[in-house]
Design a protein around this ligand. Sequence first.
Ligand code: UD1
Ligand code: CA
Length: 454
Amino acid sequence: MMLDIVILAAGKGTRMKSNLPKVLHPIAGKPMLGHVIDCARQLTADTQITLVVGHGAELVKEQYSAADVHFVEQTEQLGTGHAVQQAQDSLRDGAITLILYGDVPLIKPSTLEELVSQVSESSVGLLTVHLDDPTGYGRIVRDAQGNVLEIVEQKDAKPEQLLIAEGNTGVIAATSNDLKRWLPTLSNDNAQQEYYLTDVISMAQREGKTIATQTALDENEVLGVNNRLQQAQLERSYQLSQAENLMIQGATLLDPNRFDCRGTLEVGADVVIDVNCIIEGKVTLGDGVKVGANCQIINSTVAAGTVIKPNSVIESATIGEDCDIGPFARVRPDTVLAKGAKLGNFVETKKSVIGVGSKVNHLTYIGDAEIGDGVNVGAGTITCNYDGVNKSKTIIGDGAFIGSNSSLVAPVTIGAMATVGAGSTVSANVGDGELGVARGKQRNISNWKRPTKK
Ligand code: UD1
Ligand code: CA
């Protein structure tokens, strides 16, 4: 089946009060339009996607230039029918056309598959929604037998039609040939002087076609975003459905209402995530991983059994099994922790490998370092990896012990089983098994008198 998908994205979104085109505002960290395009791509058909752009066209085109979509420009927004007219030349003979909206981000592929399957030479598909308050929506007008006759817009509706609770979602599917016949005949003789796409429904009805309706069960799936309140409502709805998915997969979320995933999260068995955690990009949490409150984990893999304590931030890192991180740890890009490694409070790591069972427990910066197995890095240790121009490496061998408050001035190597005395500023290599001490010699002054107040 050939499926021509037209996504309307030309509107200004005045009520967003934003310099950013409305369809580029995010849900779960991804532009609303991106959600719609991704959904369209999941449909099983020979699909062709056309975006109708207008306000902010340059920005929208820039963002999706590599997305294998066609762009058509609607320079003046003269209505939804006029918007689809701009795309009609790209509709293929023998295809089905599906109309979607760049500001209706939570539409699901399964819903669209079902809608499209109802389209034939003798029928069009129409997605409707039952609303407690249908104000603003086009109303679905049916005859006594329940057949759809037309869609009447709020501003054109007679008082009794305003009582109809069944609203038009705007999502319509028809054969491309039918649409190409109907679109040029639309008129703007209505209350808003706009070319209404919805008028194709009465055209279909007059030609004796069936209007096959399908009702969206979840209102949020078909809700359009006009302001930031609605954006926030859909954000919550989307987050809650992701949280529910994770729980169905066996994860424990201590409060699914306080969980945010802006990307994709894969979980093993018995993962536990405490409140207010944010997942971004692609994250994998292995079996039994526990994440404490207020953690942010970005594009990282965390292997089984690891515990991440509250208020830790982890980005582009590979964390091994049974590690212990935080509270208040900052694990920056290209950190690799081997099995059983431990990073305690106020420890920052970057582009460093930390070996099996090694401990960096307190108040430490480890950057551009290779730390072996069974190393103990004392409190307050700093790898001085940057001379203002170059980044240099610190290498620490297996079993080494770095005394507290040491500065390791890179490039420098501390050998296996070596010891660095506390408070040392180490700028020369320490050999295997040696003790390196580099600090001022202690003097004790007897009969020292403290100053007294006058
Ligand atoms: C439209 C429907 C209405 C439906 C409602 C659902 C028509 C005539 N009415 O009304 O039946 O209940 O959506 O939300 O179709 N757009 C363009 N170019 C235009 C006009 C609109 O790209 O010239 C885009 C807008 O950016 C928006 C979408 O189409 O994403 C809907 O337009 P909008 O003006 O919001 O339509 P409604 O009046 O809400
Ligand atoms: Ca609207």
